[in-house]
Design a protein around this ligand. Structure first.
Ligand code: ADP
Length: 525
């Protein structure tokens, strides 16, 4: 692929670079980048959106000891920028700033908070292209998906701006006639938000939008793999008039930052999206100060294709559910269960569809599959494939690293997968679709529920009674019926069992940032 092999330096020296960005020594000189990455970075710089420092109390700051970490482009390995490697001291200051801003931000009227959020939404949309370029550069996803994520991410801010004005309380009929009983909804307080790399914008807006709408203030810790999108979004928040201190961003030493958030009595809530292992640590660590906790953890999504499914709908839906972001989402179909009568037909059509996926650098327009996030992710996929083949599965398509090198992996289909294989038991988080045959509805539901995870599930059938019955018996927080991409800001997203606690998006997601206060007014005469 041209982009991978060329790595040609571009002579950008004579081009204009805005003073603010040029002043930052953290930006890697564009002439050291491949042509497409250099051109993309130039657009981002021109828009003033390449932020390479943390944000504390409205100020862009370095790590106090000056340490930095590199942000790399997974498609090429090139270093895009260096960002501060922060720790507990910077996090404590960010918490203090969020805490002191809480009193003013939470006292604004809902309408004032709503207007600032709406402005933030407008700014995100008007910088859609630069934000998408940043995401593709640091995360690897194809531009089309990155643009989709900007819309999706922005939608949580828009929705939160609207809902800010609809946070109603209650009046309860009293049990004694001289009393009045009221319920107020009030913001939780300072929120610590820890987010992953696979959705560098949306996982932040899904938390920060509702938190700010309710009157909470936030310390965000984005993934160290993808901090640039988070910092650009924070810059736009400042421009929108979200006050200094209401939104702080720190990154660097994840366990140290996490511990500082957990130990603080001022942080009243932890909201996290990421691995189940880290989620459990955060939940345990929240016990000491009894914080509210919301967790979006790993999934192991079954995608059940019944004999009576519309084959085109099933192939299209399972392809989208499996291969979005190269299989790196927690709602990606992890196990495709196919009923015996349709197995051969589905496998043939599905493989044909997978063959049409184009692997490449996300900056290229034709790309539909970007690289995996890093070498460790590829090694995990290799381990799962080796485990499956050693236990009798057969690779029907792909099954190896892509000729592009780096962390590119071939879109893969594996047949005859069974429940003793890693591909069945754990999330592969890569472009591997395991096909698992089954006979009866009961068998499919049992296999689907045979896991500690419970985030998303998908079913494909033309039968309305079966849609109902199976949806109801799946132990999952989300079910897609004849549809592979179901997340939206207006519906509750979240898992059961070890996939998490709480919901994001929708009116239910707003409640996660609110406390109920009961007021009893007595002796009214
Ligand atoms: P993934 O495997 O998807 O990267 P992780 O759970 O490792 O999932 O990472 C999700 C987020 O959690 C990232 O921002 C990461 O830096 C952060 N993280 C990892 N370990 C810790 C920890 N001990 N405390 C707090 N945050 C952590």
């Amino acid at each position: 692929m041209a982009m991978m092999t060329m790595r040609r330096a571009v002579a950008l020296g004579a081009r204009h670079i805005p003073a603010a960005a040029a002043a930052s020594s953290r930006v890697v000189p564009l002439r050291h980048m491949s042509a497409d990455a250099g051109a993309a970075m130039e657009k981002i710089l021109s828009a003033g959106l390449l932020r390479t420092q943390g944000l504390i109390a409205g100020k862009w700051v370095d790590a106090y000891d000056g340490k930095t970490i590199e942000v790399q482009n997974p498609a090429t390995g090139e270093v895009l920028a260096n960002v501060p490697c922060m720790g507990s001291r910077e996090t404590s200051d960010a918490i203090a700033s969020a805490h002191s801003t809480f009193y003013s931000w939470s006292k604004l009227t809902a309408s004032e908070r709503s207007k600032a959020l709406r402005k933030w939404y407008d700014l995100i949309i008007s910088h859609k292209e630069e934000l998408a370029l940043l995401m593709t550069l640091e995360q690897g996803k194809p531009m089309k998906e990155a643009l989709g994520e900007v819309n999706y991410g922005a939608s949580f801010i828009e929705y939160s701006a609207e809902e800010a004005k609809r946070i109603y309380g209650d009046i309860i009929p009293p049990t004694l006639s001289d009393r009045r009983l009221l319920v107020l909804k009030q913001p939780v307080g300072v929120v610590g938000a820890i987010t992953p790399w696979n959705f560098p914008l949306a996982m932040i807006t899904r938390k920060v939008g509702p938190a700010l709408a309710c009157g909470c203030t936030v310390v965000v810790k984005p993934s160290e793999f993808t901090p640039l999108t988070a910092l650009a979004a924070a810059d736009l928040a400042l421009q929108a008039g979200i006050p200094a201190g209401a939104l702080n961003v720190v990154m660097g030493n994840a366990p140290e930052i996490g511990d500082a958030l957990l130990q603080s009595t001022q942080v009243r809530k932890i909201t996290f999206t990421g691995s189940t292992a880290v989620g459990k640590k955060l939940m345990a660590g929240s016990a000491n100060t009894v914080k509210k906790v919301s967790l979006e953890l790993g999934g192991n999504a079954p995608c059940i294709v019944f004999d009576d499914a519309d084959i085109d709908v099933a192939v299209k839906g399972s392809l989208a559910a499996k291969f979005r972001n190269s299989g790196q989402t927690c709602v990606c179909a992890n196990r495709i269960l196919v009923q015996e009568g349709i197995y051969e037909k589905f496998a043939t059509a599905f493989i044909k569809a997978v063959q049409s996926l184009k692997v490449g650098n996300g900056l290229e327009e034709s790309t539909s599959q970007g690289p995996l996030i890093n070498e460790a992710a590829v090694q995990k996929v290799e381990k799962f494939i080796n485990d499956a083949t050693s236990k009798g599965a057969n690779v029907m398509l792909g099954g190896k690293r892509h000729s592009l090198g780096m962390s590119f992996y071939e879109p893969t289909v594996v047949g005859n997968v069974s429940n003793d294989m890693l591909l069945f038991r754990e999330e592969v988080f890569g472009p591997v679709a395991p096909l698992i045959p089954f006979k009866t509805v009961e068998e499919a539901v049992n296999m689907a529920n045979d896991t500690n995870a419970g985030l998303a599930a998908y079913i494909f059938t033309k039968s309305i009674p079966r849609s109902w019955r199976v949806s109801e018996s799946l132990e999952y927080g989300l079910v897609g019926v004849n549809e592979g991409v179901i997340s939206t800001e207006v519906a509750p997203f979240g898992g059961v069992k070890q996939s998490g606690l709480g919901r994001e998006g929708s009116k239910y997601g707003i409640d996660e940032y609110l406390e109920l206060k009961y007021i009893c007014m007595g002796n009214l005469g």
